[in-house]
Design a protein around this ligand. Structure first.
Ligand code: NAD
Length: 703
């Protein structure tokens, strides 16, 4: 990194949206479908609105199911939905006349929270979808179609000392300006009165927040919204070409930033102690690098984010690290502790008599000059979204500073939103997380039968999984299947031959960078071979020892520093997939069986070494997992059938079934069940153990 880097020439620009309305498509749609079409078009265009952000409405005539008469119904986005991906059932539907009648219950801002409670009483047609908190903004405006969005270019105006003047300059009075007021019924009343007092205006900027605008048809409303955003973006872009963003560059980007992030993230994660472990997300996107490398970073980062949508995800302010001290664990610990102290002090300063208890005081956003942005949250999707929201906040600051000074939200206002009782109620309603949410697992041989079944089991319990395998194509198939089943955020894959030291190191670094660290290692990648001793070539011997002894050693050694750091957070777990043959001698498979025995003894040694660091090490010994295993597809099947003097086809499965004490098949899912238990806190008091999952085999009984 170079502290004397030259000042960069021009700032990054805002994306300028254009209408994507398709008349032919729209012609076939009914009124509510047109609202959905418009909403999806707006929400799926990230230049228009951020994830989940914004809400849309239409006042439509519907047939009352009770009277059969026609009634005005407000269709408005439901609470918590995302307009980009919502379906028709994501809208709340409410009797417009009842909504207007609610004003009888309102006597001032102190009634804001109470007013929310009346909304369900206005429900039309038993629609269970809860209405957005912004419903009064839509219902109290006398327009058929209303959009309320928070695109970066708009919030940049809304959060700048120069925003009101810019709004006048851009739209020449067609768009009004309303001072900051937190969302709720009072804002709806203020907006309605403002619009009534300014006839002819086509929209209103809501300071610190976003814009609301309207039109007579769905298409006109959509195009109006897109045009307003394009106007704002073009205006800001003209200003931004004139000077570098954020006072210019103070430091240049580190070439090895991905490696720095991989090294840093597990150490930060280990320091973020609290009731639950966190998942990390790293980004070095262009807007983040422009910001974290800038002269103005310390000043602007300290001001905090402005739009409520942003800071609910990001906390008000990020933690900024010193790029010269990233290797210094004591410095990191001090900075995180100081952040927590600042957060508690903010809570103490701002809390009200009925405020909910203080929430997790750890930072969500960590900015690293030269490297990028790291976000931590209770699950991977939330961590990624927090990062994306902070990128939005950066865009806002860049635009706002181009036309004046960026204005962050007043601290008490921010607190009142963060600790809003309604927000707390929403949190309380959330279902308890699955047991392994917050855990990160790496599974070697993840493309194979037992590896994939174990990964699926861990994913099903909520863990994030890094799949590794030397067979990249087969692994990609498994990964994409899991991404479809469990979501893209929670599964990653990296090709890695466990016998190759550099590849193993790289796989763990990738896991650290993708998820933030490691809690669980499932060492499973394996092969099998069968040959009498005189026919066991040195090459065959070495291949078994390479994969099963050296491979397990290399993966465990690479996992160690990541696992060791999590002692304070309850410890970590290593699971070796061993073999019945590790404890029961096998004729004609000495290379395989003795290499497996070496791996199992390695597990016992590591259980001793790991205990002081909270690392548990246990083994699952499978036997005869024929279905789903690729080992049994090849020579091993033929060779074992030969050894037992049976047909390698159906007879083989029957042979192994009958050989077991319980006379049952052993499936990859059975091994996965044991591995998952050993990986979980349910086995927190067990280390140095072996569990046989072999349908019973007296030779393998442990003693
Ligand atoms: P599998 O062949 O279906 O899966 C093993 C996976 O490991 C494959 O995807 C393979 O590509 C991968 N692999 C092999 N060598 C590798 C290397 N050097 N680097 C990275 N990846 C490598 O077999 P499975 O039955 O799922 O076996 C998984 C584990 O269970 C192995 O350790 C095996 O010895 C053990 N085991 C299996 C059985 C059984 O009956 N299937 C019995 C006892 C033990």
């Amino acid at each position: 990194m170079n502290a004397q880097a030259p000042i960069s020439a021009a700032a990054l620009q805002f994306a300028v949206p254009a209408s994507r309305w398709n008349d032919a498509l729209a012609a076939a749609l009914g009124p509510s479908e047109l609202l959905l079409y418009r909403s999806n078009l707006l929400g799926s265009d990230l230049t228009v609105t951020n994830f989940g952000g914004g809400n849309t409405s239409a006042k439509l005539i519907e047939t009352d199911p009770l009277t059969g008469g026609e009634v005005d119904v407000l269709w408005v986005k439901g609470s918590g939905g995302d307009i980009g991906s919502m379906k028709l059932d994501g809208f709340a539907t409410l009797y417009q006349d009842k909504l207007l009648g609610l004003e009888a219950h309102y006597s001032g801002p102190q009634d804001d929270d109470r007013m929310v409670g009346f909304l369900p009483h206005c429900t039309f047609n038993l629609n269970a979808r809860a209405a957005s908190i912004d419903t009064p903004l839509h219902s109290l405006l006398p327009f058929a179609h209303v959009d309320h969005v928070h695109p970066d270019a708009i919030i940049a105006l809304a959060a700048s000392s120069g925003g009101e003047a810019a709004t006048r300059e851009i739209w020449n009075g067609r768009i009004g300006w309303l001072e900051w007021k937190r969302p709720g019924y009072t804002l709806g009343v203020m907006l309605r009165d403002y619009v009534a007092a300014n006839p002819g205006i086509q929209g209103v900027m809501l300071a610190g927040h976003g814009i609301i605008c309207w039109a007579d048809s769905a298409k006109a409303c959509y195009e109006h919204t897109v045009q307003l955003i394009a106007d704002a973006a073009n205006y800001l872009n003209r200003k931004l070409v004139k000077r570098p963003a954020f006072g210019g560059r103070a430091i240049s980007t580190a070439q090895d930033r991905a490696a720095i992030a991989a090294d840093l993230m597990p150490r930060l994660r280990a320091l973020m102690t609290g009731s639950r472990r966190k998942l990390g997300h790293y980004s070095d996107d262009a807007e983040t690098l422009e910001f974290v490398n800038s002269v103005d970073l310390p000043r602007l980062a300290a001001l905090g984010t402005s739009c409520p949508d942003h800071f609910l995800r990001t906390k008000i302010a990020p933690l900024v690290l010193d790029p010269a001290r990233l290797h210094d664990d004591a410095d990191l610990a001090e900075r995180i502790a100081a952040y927590r102290d600042r957060y508690s002090a903010y809570y103490q300063r701002c809390k009200r008599a009925d405020s909910p208890a203080m929430r997790d005081p750890n930072p969500v956003v960590v900015l690293v000059p030269g490297v990028g942005r790291i976000t931590f949250a209770a699950d991977k999707t939330t961590a990624r979204l927090a990062g994306e929201f902070y990128a939005n906040a950066i865009n806002v600051m860049r635009g706002a500073e181009a036309i004046g000074n960026y204005i962050a939200l007043d601290e008490q206002e921010a607190f009142d939103i963060e600790y809003w009782l309604l927000e707390e109620a929403k949190l309380q309603r959330m279902p308890a997380p699955r047991p392994m949410v917050g855990r990160i697992a790496l599974v070697t041989g993840g493309a194979g039968g037992i590896g994939a079944a174990t990964a699926a089991r861990l994913l099903g319990e909520g863990a994030c999984v890094m799949l590794t395998d030397r067979d990249g194509a087969a692994m990609e198939q498994v990964r994409s299947g899991f991404a479809g089943q469990f979501g893209n955020d929670v599964v990653r894959a990296v090709t890695c031959d466990v016998t190759d030291e550099a590849q193993v190191q790289a796989a763990f670094a990738a896991c650290a960078r993708e998820f933030g660290g490691l809690d669980i290692l499932v060492a499973n990648a394996g092969i099998a071979s069968s040959a009498p001793i005189e026919e066991t070539t040195l090459a065959l011997w070495d291949r078994n020892y390479d994969v099963l002894a050296r491979g397990y050693f290399l993966t465990a050694r690479a996992a160690w520093p990541l696992l060791r750091g999590m002692k304070e957070q309850g410890g970590t777990s290593v699971v070796f997939i061993g073999s019945k043959n590790a404890v029961a001698a096998a004729a004609g498979a000495s290379a395989y069986a003795s290499a497996k025995a070496a791996a199992n003894h390695l597990a016992r040694c590591l259980a001793l070494e790991g205990a002081p660091h909270g690392i548990r090490v246990n083994v699952v010994n499978p036997d005869a997992v024929i279905r789903g295993s690729r080992i049994w597809d090849g020579d091993w099947r033929r060779e074992r059938a030969g050894t037992h003097g049976i047909d390698p086809g159906a007879e083989l499965e029957e042979h192994y079934r009958q050989r077991s004490l319980l006379k049952r098949d052993v499936l990859p899912e059975d091994i996965a069940e044991a591995a998952c238990w050993l990986a979980s806190d349910a086995s927190a008091k067990s280390t140095g153990n072996m569990i046989n999952v072999d349908a019973g085999n007296a030779q393998a009984f442990t003693r």
